[in-house]
Design a protein around this ligand. Structure first.
Ligand code: CTP
Ligand code: CA
Length: 222
């Protein structure tokens, strides 16, 4: 009911999101990943649909149902996520990177199961591309929103990421406040400063973030 009573603040906007972790294979049965349930990204996708947007969600491996009205593209690794984002980017007004992308991947992925035996095993990792930074650096970049999940110094690190990646908006949270749970407490960082959203369940918080994005976009048009 709420969705019908709200003004459609993102009507006519096309939104692309990433959500969930990525999984970087070491061999056919093992890999490196990040801890992320995907719930915040899926809640944001739903909140964008409620606000009238056309929404595509690029999702890493998660166990979540697709919100009604969302077009979902499933991927596994960071490189696949980057390819899917690039393919879906044309004509998007807003890009929201919620995914916990693995910063590194194994330099090699073995074709067959690695057998135990050696007393130590050293993995060589190579850096993954930063999907959000790449999108934000495009000449015709959409309005880009980043997430910063930190374990300390939230203000410093989140605002630092906003500036480093040249983003209009970063959503920051302390991992102890949100990871894996149903609720979240976030602070929004933009050019004007920081704004603490009331803590709540992830859908409520997502609606607050969408409201803030819509406000920034409508100001940008004035
Ligand atoms: N991100 C991304 N691609 C990556 C890494 C991060 O798109 N390879 C995005 C995330 O989706 C998030 C933002 O960048 O929106 C910040 O991610 P985070 O891991 O918090 O920051 P990093 O820039 O990777 O820095 P660090 O992990 O060292 O804190
Ligand atoms: Ca990272």
């Amino acid at each position: 009911l709420r969705a019908f009573l709200q003004p459609k603040r993102l009507a006519g906007r096309r939104v692309l999101l990433t959500a969930g972790p990525t999984f970087e294979a070491l061999d056919p049965v093992r890999g490196l990943t990040n801890s992320s349930s995907g719930r915040m990204g899926f809640a944001l996708a739903q909140a964008c649909v409620e606000a009238g947007a056309e929404v595509t969600l690029v999702a890493g491996p998660v166990a979540l149902p697709t919100p009604v009205g969302v077009t979902r593209i499933d991927v596994t690794s960071a490189l696949e996520m980057r390819d899917a984002v690039k393919s879906a980017l044309a004509g998007r007004h807003i890009f929201i990177a919620v995914a916990a992308v693995a910063d590194y991947r194994p330099a090699q992925s073995a074709a067959h199961k690695i057998k135990k035996g050696a007393a130590t095993l050293t993995l060589e990792l190579v850096a993954n591309p930063d999907i959000l930074a790449e999108v934000a650096a495009l000449p015709d970049a959409p309005f880009c929103v980043g997430f910063a999940a930190e374990s300390r110094n939230l203000d410093e690190f989140a605002e630092g990421k906003r500036r480093a990646k040249k983003l209009p908006l970063v959503v920051g949270n302390l991992v102890q406040d949100g990871l894996g749970g149903e609720t979240n407490a976030v602070t929004l960082f933009d050019e004007a400063g920081s704004h603490v959203l009331p803590p709540g369940d992830k859908l409520t918080v997502a609606r607050g973030i969408v409201e803030h994005i819509a406000g920034m976009l409508s100001h940008a048009q004035d």
